[in-house]
Design a protein around this ligand. Sequence first.
Ligand code: HEM
Ligand SMILES: *[C@@H]1O[C@H](CO)[C@@H](O)[C@H](O)[C@H]1NC(C)=O
Ligand SMILES: *[C@@H]1O[C@H](CO)[C@@H](O)[C@H](O)[C@H]1NC(C)=O
Length: 173
Amino acid sequence: MQWVSLGQGPDMATANIFIVYAASATTVTLSPRSGGQGQPSYNPAANVTLLEGSGIVDGRMVAEVRCENCWGSWPAAPSGSSSAVVEGGEGGVGAATGAATGAGGGSGGFVMDPNGNETAWFWAYQLGAPLDSADVGAELGMHDVKGEMVWDLREAGFEVGETGLEEGFNPFA
Ligand code: HEM
Ligand SMILES: *[C@@H]1O[C@H](CO)[C@@H](O)[C@H](O)[C@H]1NC(C)=O
Ligand SMILES: *[C@@H]1O[C@H](CO)[C@@H](O)[C@H](O)[C@H]1NC(C)=O
């Protein structure tokens, strides 16, 4: 695999796209992107972090991701104004609503219900040699294979204590 990717949302135009590729023989780059025409562009408004446990493990690229603003489309990449700031909501619901109204946007974005039983996702990958790039804006070739799926997010929850999530907490570990 040269890159692997998960799209959160119903279509390329509005989705939050998570692309992963090798940064080195043991580490991966997580590149959050948006955009519907051809190669998606790096979106600095995505508030995502790679958790401990991510990397190249037993020959597989593994990305365990924390996202702070994934209940809706990430804001369109800022273009001179500071309007891309996302307000954190209680419990995260609606923390980021569709704001793809900037240049090139206009689709309105998606909003995802954390308890949604039929949420829309898709995926794609490209085969090839490792990119060995830590650049979140690395130039990527088109997918060899792609597909779609529907997930029941009620199956994906986990308990969170009174104090909320500790920094670096990894439910996948
Ligand atoms: C990296 C550069 C990329 C290029 C140049 C590219 C290009 C294209 C093109 C030309 C199409 C329309 C033709 C077709 O259906 O095969 C397409 C469709 C599609 N691509 Fe990509 N793509 C890229 C990345 C991605 C990524 C990262 C994902 C998913 C996570 C993705 C998911 C899809 C899906 C689901 C479709 C079919 C539905 C649609 O057209 O909205 N693509 N892509
Ligand atoms: C990312 O989310 C955290 C936690 O909600 C917040 O403290 C931080 O300011 C956010 N960063 C950006 C760039 O929005
Ligand atoms: C999701 O919920 C709707 C409305 O309650 C129901 O009609 C549908 O069958 C459910 N789908 C799944 C996969 O559980």
